[in-house]
Design a protein around this ligand. Structure first.
Ligand SMILES: NC(=O)c1ccc[n+]([C@@H]2O[C@H](COP(=O)([O-])OP(=O)(O)OC[C@H]3O[C@@H](n4cnc5c(N)ncnc54)[C@H](O)[C@@H]3O)[C@@H](O)[C@H]2O)c1
Length: 328
């Protein structure tokens, strides 16, 4: 942005307001910039129409216009929600992403997908709209709880599985902290390269959805059943289930499947599902945004570092994969 913005609105959640905003606020104040701070609850439920309405109402009260700018300081919840609120307010005001969780740094804050959940369905309402820029600063990770660091690692592992075997080899339980900058760089490169080739998800970008067909269904099911798990943990379950479907079909070797299970089990505790939950998860995969003509459309793996898009999977395969996941 060339000119000084008329107003800078900083959107954070209750944790990132505490741990990640002080330096930014001081810098803006030093430059005599008008600032307003908006703080939301730190959880997935904030990605709702209700919260959007409250934020839009506040933007109206503040006389926000297109020369104002919204800065999203937070994890994927803040960048998804803030990006959506900015994209839709007065047909779009500019926004900047300052991701503070590993997951947002390597995934949510990049690539221009914004959105909220709707009627219990993940990311159902949203836009494709790029921020003015995204600035990644690994210093923010110092205050990130370990459970959330592992949640972000799931997206790094997924990026590695679909496109980068060296990144896969780099992610090892005992050396995450010392290799974090390289992990960040490689995982970001995978995402940016794929998005540049296919910004609107017509083909190549669907690879990034690996693990998310079943992962999103697991996340939605557990969220409505009041035992929520972090997004990345649900993605990790999706990665394991979709890898096992790939192996069952004979397109992924059993030895690769074993390597994937061994590595992911070091980071994520196993989750047990009741029969009712399995039924609900299978049903939820039918609401996935990638589906066409009633078929569940999924990305599968052919080897570590290589994926194949547009694979229709059956309810039976999904059910079997969840049972296999629980049995290992
Ligand atoms: N738009 C996309 O392309 C895309 C891609 C992947 C995921 N997502 C979305 O991202 C969301 C998940 O993101 P997330 O895992 O970052 O969740 P999140 O935003 O809820 O953050 C996780 C937790 O970590 C806390 N936190 C974040 N940064 C912190 C820091 N530096 N210090 C202390 N605490 C910190 C948050 O307050 C929260 O409690 C989901 O809603 C998912 O749908 C979007």
């Amino acid at each position: 942005m060339q000119q000084k913005p008329s107003l800078v609105i900083v959107l954070a959640d209750t944790n990132t307001a505490k741990f990640c905003c002080n330096e930014l606020i001081s810098l803006l104040k030093e430059n005599q910039i008008n600032i307003e701070m908006l703080v939301i609850e730190a959880n997935e439920n904030s990605k709702s129409l209700d919260i959007c309405q409250q934020l839009w109402a506040r933007l109206v009260e503040l006389n926000t216009d297109r020369s104002s700018i919204l800065i999203n300081v937070g994890g994927g919840v803040v960048t998804d929600l803030g990006g959506f609120v900015a994209s839709t307010f007065k047909r779009g005001i500019p926004f900047i992403n300052l991701p503070t969780s590993l997951l947002a740094m390597v995934d949510a804050a990049l690539g221009g997908k914004t959105g909220i959940n709707f009627n219990g369905l993940k990311n159902y309402i949203g836009t494709f709209n790029l921020p003015v820029f995204t600035q990644v600063n690994s210093k923010f990770l110092e205050s990130l709880p370990i459970r959330e660091l592992h949640s972000g690692l799931a997206e790094c592992l997924k990026h590695a599985l679909i496109a980068d075997i060296e990144l896969w080899n780099l992610i090892e339980e005992n050396s995450i902290k010392e290799n974090i900058d390289q992990i960040l760089q490689s995982a970001i490169n995978v995402k940016l390269k794929i998005v540049a080739a296919d910004p609107k998800e017509q083909g190549e970008r669907k690879k990034l959805n690996f693990g998310h067909t079943i992962g999103h269904a697991v996340e939605s099911c557990l969220m409505s059943g009041k035992k929520p798990i972090p997004h990345g943990h649900a993605v990790a379950i999706g990665v394991l289930c979709e890898s096992s479907i790939s192996a069952e079909r004979g397109i992924l070797s059993k030895s690769n499947l074993e390597l994937i299970f061994n590595k992911l089990h070091k980071f994520y505790e196993s989750t047990a599902f009741t029969n009712n939950e399995i039924d609900a998860i299978v049903k939820l995969t039918h609401a996935d945004k990638k589906n066409r003509a009633g078929q569940v459309n999924c990305t599968l793996l052919t080897k570590i570092g290589e994926a194949v898009i547009d694979q229709n999977i059956t309810d039976e395969e999904i059910r079997n994969s969840l049972n296999y996941y629980q049995s290992i």
